[in-house]
Write a protein that binds this ligand. Structure first.
Ligand code: ZN
Ligand code: ZN
Length: 349
């Protein structure tokens, strides 16, 4: 028998044969699949791959892969756009062939914020900050502001949730001199089938997660099917975190959401104590998607600073570098002011 490595149809992790149950268990998402289920899921996957083959071949033909010799970033663009420097560290990038078709994104949210608008947003952001280093807001620095499509995994999944709880209704009343308290105890059980759509998790470890979260949300209603032409003039980034790796983040969000939903359905009680809850995530469908971000990095006194603008909504975020010299001048200015005031106070007294 040929040895086939089955992938979990739910989270894409490698499945292991479980001799006790005579089927395949997934350690990542606690799913269990019979041999038949694995076979049909595998066939379905092969069928989908076959259907996508022409689009994948076109992608493999038309993309160009650039690699940063310094930080190892792998950047993609179309055959018309040339990349010269790395988005993350500004070192030169070199052409390194093409990316295979499996990296073709399924969906994309195209840029809506133009380069001019991004520069304006950046300048306004700088104007509000006083202690920036001198060369931070120069023409040269502005050339580092680049449009990047950041890779994202977006998951739709189905949750089968069960929750058991002990609930109480308490009634108090007084009759004459006697106070009464009535406690009714209920054993409550909830079972639900829940569908989640569009749970995002970014697939790029070089972009700081908190920076990406700070420029959320993206409006997924404006998602369109990926076309190579969208990459023209922009760079994209090859994902370096795969589905199985982001699955725990997706699972947390889906489980927490289901948990809240079931709890909120237990109304009409004065107290609710959950005694047991199981949430099984099933039928996770993944889409590999590109989201538009204007991105700038800046190396100042050995530290990298990042600035980002949501390329769809214009929302910006980042940590500005502080010029220590300017800052210490201001600090001594404050100290002088305080001393003078003290003297003045003394004098007036
Ligand atoms: Zn799994
Ligand atoms: Zn680099």
């Amino acid at each position: 028998m040929d040895e086939i490595q089955y992938k979990c149809p739910n989270c894409n992790a490698d499945l292991r044969f479980n001799p006790k149950k005579q089927g395949f268990s997934c350690e990542f998402c606690d799913s269990f699949f019979t041999v038949e289920e694995c076979k049909s899921a595998n066939e379905q996957r092969l069928e989908e791959e076959k259907q996508q083959a022409p689009a994948h071949a076109e992608f493999a033909e038309e993309n160009r892969l650039f690699v940063c010799q310094s930080c190892g970033a792998e950047l993609i663009t179309d055959s018309q756009t040339a990349a010269t420097e790395c988005v993350y560290c500004h070192n030169p990038v070199i052409l390194n062939g093409r990316l295979s078709g499996e990296y073709r994104p399924a969906k994309i949210i195209p840029f809506k914020i133009s380069h001019e608008q991004a520069i304006e947003t950046f300048n306004q952001w700088c104007d509000k900050r006083k202690f920036l280093p001198k060369d931070f807001q120069t023409e040269r620095q502005l050339t580092h502001l680049q449009g990047v499509y950041v890779p994202f995994w977006v998951a739709d999944c189905h949750v089968h949730g069960r929750m058991q709880a002990e609930c109480h209704q308490i009634r108090r009343w007084t009759s004459g001199n006697t106070e009464y308290k009535q406690v009714k105890e209920f054993s409550v059980f909830r079972e639900a089938e829940l569908d989640f759509e569009g749970i995002p998790a970014d697939g790029q470890s070089k972009v700081p997660d908190d920076l990406m979260e700070a420029i959320e949300p993206f409006d997924y209603r404006e998602t369109v099917s990926f076309e190579m032409a969208y990459l023209s003039g922009f760079l994209s980034d090859k994902y370096d975190v795969n589905k199985a790796q982001v699955f725990p983040r997706v699972r947390n969000r889906a489980v927490n959401g289901s948990d809240q939903m079931l709890r909120s359905s237990m109304t009409g009680y004065d107290s609710v104590r959950v005694t047991d809850s199981t949430m099984n995530i099933l039928r996770t469908k993944w889409q590999y998607m590109l989201l538009p971000v204007w991105f700038m990095s800046y190396l100042y006194e050995g530290k990298q600073y990042h600035f980002a603008i949501n390329g769809q909504t214009g929302k910006q975020a980042g940590t500005p570098p502080l010029n220590q010299k300017k800052l210490s001048l201001l600090c001594s200015g404050i100290a002088v002011g305080v001393t003078l005031l003290g003297l003045l106070g003394g004098f007036l007294l």
